[in-house]
Design a binder for this molecule. Structure first.
Ligand SMILES: *Cc1c(COP(=O)(O)O)cnc(C)c1O
Length: 355
């Protein structure tokens, strides 16, 4: 009972109206038509168990990312992969580090296995490598870092991630959660996959839930050394990913146009939205710099995040208010369609002007 329940993003208002959902970082452009067709075609196979080895998914991913298919694990969303890591490598008496404003699942996964969460302070909402390294003790078993991070959108550079890895003892597993890696500006990347390839203590996790628009189908995966993957497979549910979801994921990987379009759309409207928030600076609003598909807006003026959250709901937009994660003064807003993004910015401007 010490585990605080995970609170998912809402899709209806207090009075039950269905409105624009900008609370769960889903793809506002939907799903690749090829993925939807593959999903529909799988309706003919409902009586069969899925391939427990996930062979086709692993081989497709390996080819695309130039990885060893034998070192790929998959799960019911990357959430399951994160839980598998904690389950395989930590237990009572062990410590798992995550950052102050980190992904809510890390604390749940830590406590679920009886381990102790250790929180490393942030630097202006961003991951602080020195603070993480300072939090390491002889009991530390793992470090969870999302890069870009959720709910802050902040990004740690390749040099910072390399410094983090270099500073960790070799028997501490560094879990780099790349749920938003596809949204990073330009061709920057944090070097996590290369570390997972060469080091024995790095696990990178990825998901089909965000950029690929397949949150409903729950497909995530991870890459690490053969030893780490072998341990995780031993505690995995044998059939945690479905035939239809797997088929949709494989088809989604092949639709590069859809991915490119989503990336461009997000980069354009993320920058536009951050500019709009900057214009509201004298009302106390600030956008934390984001490399993801959402922006964390901080409220330090007369308009509070709580009042803005309710005002946006009245105006037809559900965003994420996170008082339970230490952010009573922040709203995490997903980049939506053009209409949704313009609309939520206009509604925020109205609220700020009203004070
Ligand atoms: C959305 C998200 C995930 C992905 O969850 P799935 O289980 O793959 O849907 C993982 N990590 C972070 C930080 C996220 O925001």
């Amino acid at each position: 009972m010490a585990i605080a329940p995970y609170i998912p993003g809402r899709s209806t208002t207090d009075d039950g109206r269905k409105v624009a959902k900008l609370s769960s970082n889903e793809n506002p452009l939907g799903t690749s038509p090829a993925a939807r067709a593959a999903f529909a075609a799988a309706a003919h196979n409902l009586e069969r168990y899925p391939d427990a080895s996930g062979a086709e998914l692993r081989e497709t991913l390996a080819e695309m990312h130039q990885l060893d298919p034998a070192r790929i694990i998959y799960g019911n969303g990357s959430d399951e992969v994160l839980h598998l890591a904690a389950g395989a490598f930590a237990g009572p008496g062990d410590e798992i580090i995550h950052v102050r404003y980190g992904f809510a699942v890390y604390e749940i996964a830590t406590r679920r296995v009886g381990a102790t969460p250790v929180i490393a302070p942030d630097t202006d909402y961003a991951t602080d490598v020195d603070a993480i390294l300072a939090a390491v003790t002889p009991n530390t078993k793992m470090v969870f870092v999302a890069n870009p991070n959720n709910p802050t959108g902040t990004y740690s550079t390749k040099a910072e991630i390399a410094r983090l890895h270099a500073g960790l003892p070799a028997d501490v597993l560094l879990v780099l959660d790349h749920a938003y890696a596809e949204y990073i500006e330009g061709d920057a990347e944090d070097g996590g996959m290369a570390l997972a390839e060469s080091a024995s203590n790095v696990l990178v996790t990825r998901t089909f839930s965000k950029m690929y628009g397949l949150a409903a189908e729950r497909i995530g995966w991870g890459y690490a050394s053969a030893e780490i993957i072998a341990a995780m497979h031993r505690i995995r549910l044998p059939f945690s990913i479905t035939i239809a979801g797997t088929a949709a994921a494989i088809a989604a990987l092949g639709d590069r146009d859809f991915v490119a379009h989503t990336r461009d759309h997000n980069a354009h409207w993320r920058a536009w939205f951050a500019d709009e928030i900057a214009k509201l600076g004298n009302a106390g609003l600030r956008a934390v710099p984001s490399q993801a598909n959402f922006v964390l807006v901080l409220f330090k003026g007369k308009l509070t995040a709580e009042v803005a959250y309710k005002g946006l709901m009245d105006a037809g937009y559900i965003v994420r208010w996170l008082p339970g994660q230490g952010l009573p003064h922040g709203l995490r807003i997903t980049i939506g369609t053009e209409d949704e993004t313009r609309g939520v910015a206009a509604a925020l401007r109205d609220l700020a002007e009203r004070g």
